[in-house]
Design a protein. Sequence first.
Length: 334
Amino acid sequence: MIKTFIRERISWILFFFTIHLFMLFIAYIDESIPLSSILYIVFLSWIIFLVFFVFRYQKETKFYQKLKDEEDFFDSSTLSHPLRPFEKIVQRNLMHQLEQAKKDAMQTQLYVTQEKDELLAWIHEIKTPLTAMHLMIERLENQELKANLTFEWLRIHFLLDQQLHQKRIFFIENDMYIEHVELEPLIFTEIKTLQAWCMRKNIGFDLDLQTERVLSDSKWLAFIMRQLLTNAVKYSEESDVMIRSYEQHGQVYIEVKDSGRGISPQDMPRIFDKGFTSTTQHEDSRATGMGLYLAQKAAHALSIHIGVQSALSEGTTFTLAFPKSNDFADMKSM
């Protein structure tokens, strides 16, 4: 701040310095004026000037130092009280811009909330004809046509489901209810949804649920499992998907293991990034890159750690590591 203050006052300092040089020059060329007296006057003037400079520095920079250190400009109560006319002009303009920014932010928030609510309402509305469509598909006698239409129906269903949870993910803390969740019915429900797709690809499931219950939110846990199972089926052919749950050192784990194409080592650090699909399998043009991203966001809110191990052409294993029971004390209070 001292350098800034000097740059701001450099013209005054140069003016003061020039005046004293002029006085010394006059004393030098005019023998009637004692040079020693002028030197003494200049010396005292500079002493007084330095004292005045330090005093003004502390007085004038207090307001601007507060502005420089301010982190939350939306809180006007933290601004220093202006004492001089220029400071009052600065504060008045800042307050005007602050009020305008608050109004714009509020309007934007209302607009985003309205858009979110309208989209959620549309998703819920579209589920009605989608359910009717599924019932109509079930009545078809042509098995090949039925399988093809069911597959396309599943794609629409999962895309809508992702969109629904994507809009809810930012308010997940308000949408959680921590309880003991039975794993078998939850997993069976998700497998049943994928049944037609699995039959088409000749994929089965092998369950080994040594631990039958976990402490979590059933709705969001089902969403996480849905993303992992969907990925396992999507990237596998004619193989079984292994689902295993167990407890180790007071912590519950769920593994979802497939024997599909695996994940490239260069893609591993980015698989949970928003919108990331693959750098090696460019034919995945229909992939949205949102499934694992949303699963990771939901898992983080539930204090679940998602681990992944994979090898190309060998398969992928996703592991959900649930927090210990005593770690849920804070989450239960939500």
